[in-house]
Design a binder for this molecule. Sequence first.
Ligand SMILES: [Fe+2]
Length: 297
Amino acid sequence: RDGPVGVEYFLEHGAALKQELKEKGALLFRGCGVNSAEDFEAVLDAVPFENMPYLGGAAPRRQITHRRIMTANESPPDEKIPLHHEMAQTRQPPDYIFFYCDTAPISGGATTLFDSRAAFDLLNLVDQSLAAQLETQGVRYTRVMPAVTDPASPIGRSWQETFLVETKPEAERVMQGQGLRWQWLDGDELRTESPVLPAIRLDPVSGRKTFFNSVIAAFTGWNDTRNVGQRAVQLGGGAYLPSAVFEQFLDRAATEVVNVPWQVGDMLWLDNRLVMHARQPFEGPRQIYTAIALESG
Ligand SMILES: [Fe+2]
């Protein structure tokens, strides 16, 4: 979309845009007259997307507007954030994720997209048996969280901020609700293990299988002083992923992705069930806002 439009445009065309998003997976709005976090929120309110709190996610973020807008991942600029479906390491990932560019970086910082229907086809081509194991066994994610948010880590959200709580008993209630197993470690760090979650899902719109999971992110990116990525994800049966095969898949995926460089005022909508996103390293003060939503509403 090109050219300024008001919130009325989104009120009028919201249902059609949502339908288009469910087919294409991503829509970029450039120069459409969205000039602030408040405008961004007004647009999201105008379209039937049900707001969802960011509960159980790993990235350090800050709340911008009272209701639905947060900063995107605030991890260090020189680090790439690998491809992932938002919160696919949890039992209820959002159906949609939205980004808005408040401040564009001086260089780099593109958001990279990869269609997960294509990702499944590619994995199936690289190693049919790994694709089948992921499909039949699912995956389990393990993560150690700090007691205080660690901005030096891309997965440095403290357990208090991860679960939106203040005390250990409150955290335990939320973890129970999310089906997590946990262990308290020295220094009030927390080790969590997810239930076995699906790694391959079916897109009801196209009838195609999708590589809908957080496997790439965990395998390549869950590295900090507390975590080792290649040990952060396991097949449901307990095995770790075969590194050589998985790296071959990643190498080929890197040639199929699409980069979206940001301009101020850009708004990017993603169907989180269809498209993975990643962040390229950047220089300068990049500020991207984000919100997540569920299908209903
Ligand atoms: Fe993300």
